[in-house]
Write a protein that binds this ligand. Structure first.
Ligand code: C2E
Ligand code: CA
Ligand code: CA
Ligand code: CA
Length: 274
């Protein structure tokens, strides 16, 4: 008879096989997704904390799978990055967001996420320039969000690409600030126009003095460097009040507005936070 250990290992192997098959299926579905029109962009508002004025929207990818329903970008973006599919997907997102913003001035500035894989692609700055020309979006209405992992991989080349993008008049935001390993060194070395404080910091700023101290320090660093800070994931009025008191320039989160399709946005006046 098999020992419990052996049978455990056997189940584990079966689980692994199932996971591998599942992953392959998802990748092949993702390959079709763009052509099949299953991808769309949702937009989430970003507002000035002090005035409540709408500043812009972040574009967030959504995948409506025919049988699985909605697949979260947290699940399919990593797959797209591993397989290189992020290149066509990312280009589609950039073009779609720029076209939407060009057609709808009330969208304000549109912020588009860039994967590290896109940064390693030759000619990224040229692609951005082409898309701006093609859609007619003024460069100062586009912001590109990049994470620290982008910068770590090849800092010299990344700096070159960042400068080329900024030379177009496009701004660049450091996304997920505070989750990486060398955020401070990075801020000094790269020409960012905005710091996006990661949403993991925000829930406790109104209840935990340590979290509040970190917020205060990040806003202070931003002020010293002349870079405005945006806080992500703001969900309650009391968090918003803290962010306002601490001088955080912009906020984004469910309290202000959930990501929504273009047609569902209320674009007249900013909803929350006068
Ligand atoms: P991210 O860039 O940090 O985007 C912010 C995420 O926080 C979004 O998740 C947004 O829906 C969510 N969020 C916004 N406000 C709140 C809030 O108040 N509370 C909570 N709990 N969450 C909030 P989403 O849309 O699921 O996207 C997840 C991640 O997928 C993004 O994180 C980004 O890293 C990636 N992603 C999404 N779209 C794209 C894209 O077009 N290109 C690339 N490369 N990555 C993308
Ligand atoms: Ca982002
Ligand atoms: Ca983020
Ligand atoms: Ca809270």
């Amino acid at each position: 008879a098999k020992s419990p250990h052996a049978s455990g290992a056997c189940f584990y192997q079966a689980d692994m096989d199932a996971a591998v098959r599942e992953r392959r299926r998802l990748v092949s579905d993702l390959r079709q997704a763009l052509k099949a029109g299953q991808l769309s962009l949702f937009y989430q508002p970003q507002i000035a904390t002090g005035t409540g004025r709408l500043r812009g929207h972040e574009a967030l990818m959504r995948w409506q799978h025919p049988s699985r329903g909605f697949v979260s970008p947290a699940d399919f973006i990593p797959l797209a990055e591993e397989t290189g599919l992020i290149l066509p997907l990312g280009e589609w997102a950039l073009r779609t967001a720029c076209a939407a913003a060009a057609a709808e001035p009330r969208l304000g500035k549109v912020a588009v996420n860039l994967s590290p894989v896109q940064f390693r692609q030759a000619g990224l700055a040229v692609l951005v320039a082409d898309i701006l020309a093609e859609t007619g979006l003024p460069p100062d209405r586009l912001e590109l969000e990049i994470t620290e992992s982008t910068l770590m991989q090849d800092p010299g080349r990344t700096l070159e690409v960042l400068r080329a993008i900024k030379a177009l008049g496009v701004s660049v935001a450091m996304d997920d600030f505070g989750t990486g390993h060398s955020s401070l060194a990075t801020l000094r070395a790269f020409p960012f126009d905005k710091i996006k404080l990661d949403r993991s910091f925000v829930p406790e700023i109104d209840s935990n003095p340590q979290a509040r101290a970190i917020l205060r320090a990040v806003v202070g660093i931003g002020r010293g460097l002349g870079i405005p800070v945006l806080a992500e994931g703001v969900e309650t009025p009391s968090e918003l009040a803290c962010l306002r008191d601490e001088g955080c320039a912009e906020v984004q989160g469910y309290l202000i507005g959930r990501p929504a399709p273009l047609a569902a946005l209320s674009l007249s006046e900013p909803a929350a936070a006068a």
